[in-house]
Design a protein around this ligand. Structure first.
Ligand SMILES: Nc1ncnc2c1ncn2[C@@H]1O[C@H](COP(=O)(O)OP(=O)(O)OP(=O)(O)O)[C@@H](O)[C@H]1O
Length: 238
C-alpha cells in the first residue's frame, strides 16, 4: 500500500482545513503499522484516505496494484467490500444476526459464495467455533471484537484498517485481541494500518508513524510503549 504526496483539504477555500499535508508512505505487504499523533493531527483522515473511504484532494493511494484515485464510486465500493477489512472501536456488528451471519455478511454483500473451509479456519483462529449461533449481545466485548476481526478476514483482504480497535475493551482483553490480530495477519500476510491514542496498543505494531498537524513527523520501528510515549510528548497534547 502506498500513499504518494497525499493531501486532504476540508471545507471551502474561505475556511479550508488542511488535514493531511503531502504525506508519502509505503506500507509493505504483511506489515503492521500504527498511526499516532495528537488530537486533530490527521490520523482518521489518513486512515480514511488509505482505505478508500475518503478521497485525497491531491496525491495518489495505491492498494496492491490498484491506483484508487483513478476509480469511480462503484469500483471503489467493490474494493472496500472485497479487498479491504475494517475493525472499529464500536465493533459495528448487526444485533439481529448471529455470529456466523455477521462474519459472512461481507461475502453476501459482495455476492460471493461462502467458503466453508475458510470460515471454519477463521472462526477457529479467533476462538469462536462454539459461538456461531449466538447473537452479539450474548458475547463479551472481547468476543464481539473477535467477531469483527473474523468479519474483516472473511474476504481474504489485502489490507485491514483498524480505528482504535481496543478502545472499548479493558487493557488485558485488548492486549489479547491485539496479539491475536498480530498473529493472524502475520500468518495471512495482510497489511494492517491501525489508528490509536494508546502507546501500549501501538507497541503491538512493527512500526509506528507519527503525525503532527497533518504532516508525517517521524517513525519508530520495533516500538515499545516507553519510546512511543516519549516521542508523543515531543509532539504536543495527546
Ligand atoms: N469532515 C470534515 N470537515 C472539516 N474538517 C474536518 C473534517 N474531518 C476532519 N476535519 C479536520 O481535519 C483535521 C484532522 O482531523 P482528524 O479527524 O483526521 O484528526 P485525528 O488525528 O484523527 O483526531 P482525533 O485524535 O481527535 O480523533 C482536524 O483539524 C479536523 O477538525
Amino acid at each position: 500500500m502506498r500513499l504518494a504526496s497525499v493531501s486532504k483539504v476540508y471545507g471551502d477555500p474561505a475556511n479550508a482545513v488542511t488535514a493531511l499535508h503531502d504525506v508519502s508512505v509505503q506500507l509493505d505487504r504483511g506489515s503492521f503499522t500504527a498511526v499516532m499523533g495528537p488530537s486533530g493531527s490527521g490520523k482518521s483522515t489518513f486512515l480514511h484516505c488509505a482505505a478508500g473511504l475518503d478521497r485525497p484532494t491531491s496525491g495518489a493511494v495505491t492498494l496492491g496494484d490498484t491506483d484508487l484515485s483513478g476509480l469511480g464510486e462503484k469500483a471503489l465500493t467493490k474494493i472496500r467490500r472485497e479487498r479491504v477489512g475494517f475493525i472499529f472501536q464500536s465493533y459495528n456488528l448487526l444485533p439481529s444476526l448471529t455470529v456466523e451471519q455477521n462474519i459472512t455478511l461481507p461475502l453476501r454483500l459482495a455476492g460471493r459464495p461462502a467458503d466453508h473451509a475458510w470460515l471454519s479456519r477463521v472462526v477457529a483462529d479467533v476462538g469462536l467455533s462454539d459461538r456461531l449461533a449466538y447473537r452479539p449481545s450474548q458475547l463479551s466485548g472481547g468476543q464481539q471484537q473477535r467477531v469483527a476481526i473474523a468479519r474483516a478476514l472473511i474476504t481474504r483482504p489485502d489490507a485491514i484498517f483498524a480505528d482504535e480497535p481496543t478502545g472499548a475493551l479493558d487493557s488485558r482483553t485488548g492486549q489479547q485481541v491485539l496479539r491475536l490480530l498480530r498473529e493472524i495477519v502475520h500468518a495471512g500476510g495482510q497489511t494492517v494500518l491501525m489508528v490509536t491514542h494508546d502507546p501500549v496498543v501501538a507497541s503491538f505494531a512493527q512500526r509506528v508513524l507519527f503525525l503532527a498537524d497533518g504532516r508525517l513527523a517521524g517513525a519508530l520501528d520495533e516500538p515499545s510503549p516507553e519510546t512511543i510515549a516519549e516521542r508523543m510528548t515531543h509532539l504536543g497534547e495527546w
